[in-house]
Design a protein around this ligand. Structure first.
Ligand SMILES: [Zn+2]
Length: 118
């Protein structure tokens, strides 16, 4: 099943339900940045959105060439920076995710350490 209808209320307002659906269908309901599968679970479906590669704040157009399926995490990480193109944006998002993963792993290791020592 594709996304739950409630998801579309969360899609960026300038993109209509139909426009958002077209982009999500084109991209197979997968985040174009991290590959998160929006059809794998309800939780995944809830975080799927449509991203303006060049943000609206930077005069990015509502054009299929400027719109990609995107999860909220990647959308937040991507922020409002300007990128040369989608590949540039994707490289930034994936690098930042790796950075965050390392921080998270270090925190998990710290949290687990006392138990391991005891
Ligand atoms: Zn993502």
């Amino acid at each position: 099943m594709p996304l739950d209808i409630t998801t579309f209320t969360l899609v960026d307002k300038p993109v209509t339900l139909q426009e958002g659906l077209k982009i999500l269908e084109r991209d197979g309901y997968r985040c174009r940045y991290c590959g998160l599968d929006g059809t794998a679970s309800f939780e995944n479906a809830l975080v799927m959105s449509v991203d303006f590669v060049t943000p609206r704040a930077r005069k990015g157009k509502k054009d299929p060439n400027n719109l990609v399926a995107c999860c909220w995490s990647c959308n937040t990480i991507k922020g409002k920076r300007i990128y040369r193109n989608f590949d540039d944006a994707k490289a930034h998002v994936l690098a930042k995710r790796e950075e965050l993963r390392k921080v998270w792993k270090a925190k998990c290791a710290k949290a687990a350490a006392p138990a391991a020592a005891g």
